[in-house]
Design a protein around this ligand. Structure first.
Ligand code: FMN
Length: 370
């Protein structure tokens, strides 16, 4: 039986264990360029089998929040080079998460203060973006109503993902994860309740709603190699005003079957809890079968016991932990030794500097000061 602490061969990359650090936006890149603190933060967490970085926008248009890093400029690539070098020096493995927020954005952060873009011109109700407010201080503002992308604009966004993936490889990343989860651009196309377009990129036909994300996966895989490309998805997600819709399970399973033919590094589901709540545990098994042969990562509220149990049940190959990695840079060692976990401070999840970012100590240092 495999355990969390066994090595794993991820398409030729030797992961030291089966614990993934889930992608987490930390909003500390002052000018969208990762800096020395970013490198320290990820290097401290290199004990993970695989680190997936916070979402990195693939273009100016792709950006939804202040202080999130990008992967579309030379300065950003330089910044990330120091991050990957620091992680590799600790024998870690690191993928960059490539992100386009779509409608989860505010005009003030968009090029020319234009409307953000989505599958349809419908605002995300009740959703806030983190931007400069009218008084000039950073804070929350309701997202702006987007405009619907024209079909002939989609290839340009796909090209942005390809360019960002090439940049990621140049910056020394071991691969990229396409962010197709959590209510952002690709999910705005996949979701049949939202995407009521009447062209070949939307509407009732499942293949139409999957076309944009699959075209992007294929283009990125052609550019850097399918074995270096993962994707994150969130079936049954309700975050950011994603509605339930008819054929939700069929849509998710159809996408899983398509992805399984593409020889990818992995498929990563961000929201185990939402799946259990809205589809039941049996769906996890169905999903696993639909993408059989592809490495599957599950995330969402895992404890050591829950993670071990899902691995033992064969529901996942790797298990991702998000919040526990914030306050426990040495999470793997803590789990391995059954040491207590520190609680993170929610107030410093986003923005600021070292406090709540790189100043969480490792357990050994706490327990046995040098
Ligand atoms: C501070 C914070 C930032 C996050 N940012 C991202 C992100 O950039 N991309 C993403 O796919 N998920 C993001 N997530 C979701 C996590 O990757 C993860 O799926 C979620 O936190 C559930 O795992 P957990 O219960 O172990 O924290 C974020 C979560 C948190 C707490």
């Amino acid at each position: 039986m495999s355990t969390l602490f066994d090595r794993f061969d991820l398409r030729g990359l030797g992961l030291r264990n089966r614990i993934v650090m889930a992608p987490m936006t930390r909003s500390r890149a002052a000018s969208t360029v990762p800096d020395a603190l970013t490198a320290t933060y990820y290097a401290q967490r290199a004990g993970a089998g695989l680190i997936v970085t916070e979402g990195a926008q693939v273009s100016e248009q792709a950006r939804g929040y202040l202080f999130t890093p990008g992967l579309h400029s030379k300065a950003q690539v330089q910044g990330w080079k120091a991050v990957t070098a620091a992680v590799h020096a600790e024998r870690g493995t690191i993928f960059a998460q490539l992100w386009h927020v779509g409608r989860v954005a505010h005009r003030s952060l968009q090029p020319g203060e234009r409307a953000p873009v989505s599958s349809v011109a419908k605002a995300a109700e009740g959703v806030q973006a983190f931007v400069y407010r009218e008084d000039g201080t950073p804070g929350q503002m309701p997202t702006s109503t987007p405009r619907a992308l024209a079909a002939d604009e989609l290839a340009g966004i796909t090209a942005d993902f390809v360019a960002a993936a090439r940049n990621a490889i140049e910056a020394g990343f071991d691969g990229v994860e396409i962010h197709g989860a959590n209510g952002y651009l690709f999910e705005q196309f996949i979701n049949g309740g939202l995407n009521v377009r009447d062209d070949r990129y939307g509407g009732a036909d499942i293949a139409n709603r999957l076309r944009f994300v699959l075209e992007t996966v294929d283009a990125v895989a052609a550019a850097i190699g399918s074995h270096r490309v993962g994707i994150r998805l969130s079936p049954f997600n309700r975050v950011f005003d994603m509605p339930a819709f008819d054929g939700e399970a069929d849509t998710a399973l159809a996408l899983a079957r398509e992805l399984a033919t593409r020889d990818l590094a992995y498929v990563h589901l961000s929201n185990r809890g939402a799946i259990i709540d809205n589809a039941g545990e049996g769906f996890l098994r169905e999903y696993r079968e639909a993408c059989a042969g592809t490495t599957l990562i599950l995330a969402g509220n895992y404890t050591r016991e829950g993670a071990q149990s899902d691995l033992a049940a064969g529901l996942a190959d790797l298990v991702a932990f998000g919040r526990p990695f914030i306050a426990n840079p040495d999470l793997v060692e803590r789990l391995r030794n059954d040491w207590p976990l520190a609680d993170g401070d929610n107030d410093t999840f986003y923005g600021g500097g070292a406090a709540g970012y790189t100043d969480y100590p490792a357990y050994r240092l706490e327990a046995e000061p040098a």
